[in-house]
Design a protein around this ligand. Sequence first.
Ligand SMILES: [Zn+2]
Length: 416
Amino acid sequence: MSNYSPLAFVEKLSFVRYGGTPAEKKAADMILADVEAAGGKGELMPFQIAASTYTSHVTKVIAPYELEIATVPFGMCGNVPAPGKDLKFFYAEEGTPRDFLGKDDLSDTVVMVNAVTLDVYKELCKRNAAAIFAIMGKYYHNNDEAGMYSRNLRPKFLEQGVIPTFYINAHDATELVRNGAEMIHIELEQTDGEATSHDVISVIEGTEKPDEVIVLTGHFDSLPVGPGAWDNATGSAALMGLYHYFLENAPKRTLYFVWCGTEEQGLLGSKAFIEQHAELVEKNIKFCFNFDMCGTVLGPNNIMITGDKNLEDFVDAFCREVGYSAKTRVGVHSSDSAPFADKGIPGIGLSRGTKTSEIHTCRDTMFPLGEEALKANICFAAQMISRVANSVILPVDTGMPESIKKELDKYFQRTK
Ligand SMILES: [Zn+2]
């Protein structure tokens, strides 16, 4: 690892690389080239994802005044072909059943809500809403700063029905309500299709227990709104640092390094890996380390523990032993380790971060990041992974406690 600069890696990867686009493929090729330059071997694992090709849209107030609104349509949310529709406007705030009192049929209405969660979307489908405006950002953000992009409506939403949905920034949303907008004209043209995304995979064979596998995951894709330096070029860089380390320090158990594609569109890279490696997942993978965001100059360090009490005790004892300060939490990490946890594979998410930095916007840039902080995170991870990969008996058995199983059901939206 001597010559490896994680910060230089982060800088090289910090460009918009949205899942399923040529830019994401370019990032995958870069990572694979670095794997090979380090002296290892790797491969790209392709998988298909949903993608909309969006052509055009219009959203404008037509009564009692006229004003174009610069919304951003969701992907996969249907079409409103020209000449479009003239719809009533209704602001339903949080979108709870009480916010819809006396509004049982919204088939002639565009409904604006503070956010479109699955529960809100269900309420809107029940009432046949003609279209949705979902508010993004703060009142002082323009569309770029608010992080608005053509996000796909997720499959769980589409199961409920298809409603044309648009992001609107908080500034324009405020004006619509304050100025008493009554009627909105809407048009939308897009085509649903597919795109190819990739995981980058490399394996370091274990010297003593090659059939027992520890998977190391971190996503390398970004959203289309920014360079995704912290989220998650840093995690990708940490993975590469660990790759260098373990090439030189062969582990007793096998390590699978998986740089996941298209995490930002619903953990699609890790889900695809699991689908395409069913036997390995079922029989061999015993543990998952996930890396989503680290290396900020300002702390704290975070450790997400997905497993039982034994794993908590292990993390606590290990942090004491090496003198590492971190905030720990037990639960499901909203990242690529979650689909593994859902298969009963315990995991640890190592990260570093602070609310003074931003993700999922154009401001996720290099500034908050530092070489020393990145190296410290990688160094700790290398020690901890070594300990697990070389242990005589693993610190935790596979399987999940009931409390985490419940959390997984909720996270994957299987309840209600
Ligand atoms: Zn991330």
